[in-house]
Design a binder for this molecule. Structure first.
Ligand code: ATP
Length: 458
């Protein structure tokens, strides 16, 4: 059976992973709220990233910097001058379009590096129509800045203008000297941060794939110039292994290296990790060698010293930066897409389709569900729930037949169901049923915590 966006969106909404934002007021386009299961999954995704990139990797340390930053930051980063999309309006039906998308969707031409004039000429030459009304009457292209603007304090003038950060990276760059000094880390080292970013996207959509408010998990890895391409390879491989370790299938992943024309002017190498979403290949993770561009820009704009003195060689240099930048929502959508399965486990006489989410146990919202076989066993089963809940997020369900309860847990990806029956009172054992194989085994209650801990290892 085919995985479609409709099915995935329906499951996410129906089971409390993701709801449309502000729904009782008719919604707010392209905003989403993460429900009880969604918030667990999201937190597990961020924890997994933090575990691999910070806790287990001695090269990196963490940071949580402010969303609102001194506006000079965005002058230095280039976001005030250059962070914009080329927009044009159809004069006939008044719809708005990104010129680059118009061309790419029309005949697949990659317009990376093209000027607005080149795009305009191409649209005229190929007589590319408005995708909405089919006419050929566009305005000129103008650049539209993607940063959300707001005001700080009581006066709304240019001096009080602030931007919501469009990436978390700049919070890391402006703290480079602080972190280096206080941790006494030697280059190479990295700074990792998870946090919200905001972009006033022109064409949001595909559920949570492109939204205006999202979370990023970014690493800025500082290394000595000349060693950067080696570290670029190191992080590329590290990132790929991270995805594979979360049971993302290799065949659904594509590492696309940017060509020379596509590369940003400051980047020596960039690879987009793409995933095969139900709507096609889409960027999941960008890994870029950003050279010394960001630190140099901040040195020039702030006048502060952000270079590094190598304590062994006494050499001074501005470190190069390797940046793997991953969206939490994009990994969420990837994980949900990858996990979704409809298994035909019926017979011709008795058709039966089992919807199951094969989440990696480390990511599953609940690690286990405790099911008393009969409501009469509620008391000891509750006690078992309390014991497990000290260690993991677990669910408890006593409503309906055991078979129905198993299916409910399959649909939300709970790796094991623990059934407490009348024998449990006597023998101190429970039946553990595996989500993926549906096999059952009897194990001692006292071994359960260790059993689950082993299962979610990652
Ligand atoms: P795109 O080409 O898809 O707009 P980008 O190249 O602008 O993305 P980056 O600026 O490299 O993206 O951002 C790094 C990562 O942040 C992306 O790989 C993606 O995972 C995530 N991301 C970027 N924009 C969005 C968005 N609007 N919604 C959700 N996630 C996003």
């Amino acid at each position: 059976t085919e995985k479609t966006m409709d099915k995935i969106v329906a499951l996410c909404k129906g089971r409390g992973f993701v709801y449309p934002g502000s729904e009782i007021y008719g919604g707010l386009a392209n905003t989403w709220d993460y429900g009880p299961l969604g918030v667990e999954l999201k937190n597990n995704i961020k924890d997994a990233w933090r575990k691999k990139f910070v806790q287990e990797n001695n090269l990196n340390v963490g940071l949580d910097s402010a969303i609102l930053m001194n506006p000079q930051t965005w002058v230095a980063s280039g976001h005030i001058g250059g962070f914009s999309d080329p927009l044009m309006d159809c004069k006939e039906c008044k719809t708005r379009h990104r010129a680059d998308n118009l061309i790419e969707d029309f005949d697949g031409t990659n317009v990376a590096g093209w000027s607005n004039e080149q795009m305009m000429d191409y649209i005229k030459e190929k007589s590319i129509p408005c995708p909405n009304c089919g006419k050929h009457n566009f305005t000129d292209i103008r650049q539209f800045n993607l940063m959300f603007k707001t005001f700080q304090g009581i006066t709304e003038d240019t001096k009080s203008e602030r931007y919501l950060r469009p990436e978390t990276a700049q919070g890391i760059f402006v703290n480079f000297a602080n972190i280096q000094r206080t941790t006494r880390k030697k280059v190479p080292f990295g700074v990792a941060q998870v946090g919200k970013s905001f972009r006033n996207e022109i064409t949001p959509g595909n559920f949570i794939f492109r939204v205006r408010e999202f979370e990023q998990m970014e690493l800025e890895f500082f290394c000595k110039p000349g060693t950067d391409l080696e570290w670029f390879d190191y992080w590329r491989t590290f990132c790929k292994n991270f995805l594979l370790s979360l049971n993302i299938k290799e065949e659904n992943l594509r590492l696309r290296d940017h060509s020379a024309e596509e590369l940003c002017f400051y980047s020596k190498a960039t690879t987009d990790f793409e995933y095969l979403f139900p709507f096609g290949w889409g960027e999941l993770w960008g890994v870029a060698d950003r050279t010394d561009y960001d630190l140099t820009q901040h040195i020039n704009t702030s006048g502060k010293r952000l270079d590094y003195l190598d304590p062994e060689t006494n050499e001074k240099y501005i470190p190069y930066v390797i940046e793997p930048s991953l969206g939490v929502e994009r990994l969420f959508l990837t994980v949900v897409t990858e996990a979704y399965d409809e298994e035909d486990i019926g017979t011709p006489e008795k058709p039966d389709v089992r919807t199951v989410m094969h989440f990696h146990p480390a990511l599953a919202p609940f690690k286990a569900c405790v099911l008393p076989l009969s409501k009469k066993l509620a008391e000891p089963a509750q006690k078992l729930f309390d014991t497990l809940a000290k260690h993991f997020s677990v669910d408890y369900d006593e409503a309906g037949s055991i078979g129905k309860r198993y299916r409910r847990q399959d649909e939300i990806g709970t790796p094991i169901c623990v059934t407490y029956d009348f024998d449990s009172v006597e023998d101190g054992c429970v039946t553990v049923r595996d989500r993926d194989t549906m096999e059952q085994e009897r194990i001692k209650i006292e071994d359960l915590v260790g059993y689950i801990a082993k299962k979610i290892e990652f």
